[in-house]
Write a protein that binds this ligand. Sequence first.
Ligand SMILES: [Zn+2]
Length: 345
Amino acid sequence: MSLTPSPFESFIRRVPKIELHVHLEGSVQPATLRELARGKKRPDLDVEQWVLAREATGYRYAAFMDFVEAFKFVALLLETPEDYALATTRMMEQLAAQKLRYAEVTLSAGVILWKKQSLEPIFEAVLEAAQAAERRLGLRVNWIFDAVRQFGTDHAREVVEWAGRYQSRGVVAFGIGGDEARGPAELFPEVFRRARDLGLHTVAHAGETVGPESIRRSVEMLAAERIGHGLTAFQDPEVLAMLRDRAVPLEVCLTSNVATGLLKRIEDHPLRQMLEAPLVVTLHSDDPALFDTTLQEEFQRAANCFSLSRQELTELCLAAARSAFLSAHDRQRLLAEIQSAATLG
Ligand SMILES: [Zn+2]
């Protein structure tokens, strides 16, 4: 096996990439989990056994709820503000190493509240760690506070208020994730309205584990500005047309959809049809440590499985820059940087 990357691989490594769909908790690598477990009295959270179980299945989950349990395991190891700061620093190092220039990182604020932890010291520690890493690594991050949809509307409202409080300090959006079936979009119009009234952007995981109706409701009833996954859009031509006409970006996460058992193979993903529709498509890693992937690998897989050209890969990066919750000035700078890397050859 050659250790020299092909020109195509070099291009993927070099082009400035943007993450719009990555969870902090899902970015905690086994080495960091071991660091977090050190000195804790949590015999119920056996990291070695957990890592062995992940390796045995190749970071694939028999059912979506098994993945939710794995996410919960990581979240339970994040006990203190220092733990969250460590996770933030490590995540940013991993992102910067892949030539990422900008990321909107989802923090499960809802899970922190569920754990009955105090959000304020935790997010202050996260911000401090992120700012130090930004200076050191040349990577900028903003934050999305995420509520657990099956915990209901009161819970989601609390997350919105926290997001509003931190708006001037890097929280750009509010979102919902979790079990779409037990927390359908139609429960949350008021919550999303409140988020918008506070000046926040809004996003929603939708059409991941349930059908296209969830995507329609997330766009029409919640006015979500970006849709996480949108995998089932193709089951309903009307939903597809709506996404196309309104140019709602879909945050595609290929390995994630296979790892959580929604698709058998990456080749089964409708990425090619989405691009040809044409929908606004961006490419992301979701929970890279829980799926044993990176954004760079997602680009490589997209290129291999769907024969994407260099121009199409560049377009995925440009679409992410256009869909980012940035000022026009900052967006323009990112677009120019991607374009200049793409024309370098
Ligand atoms: Zn996600």
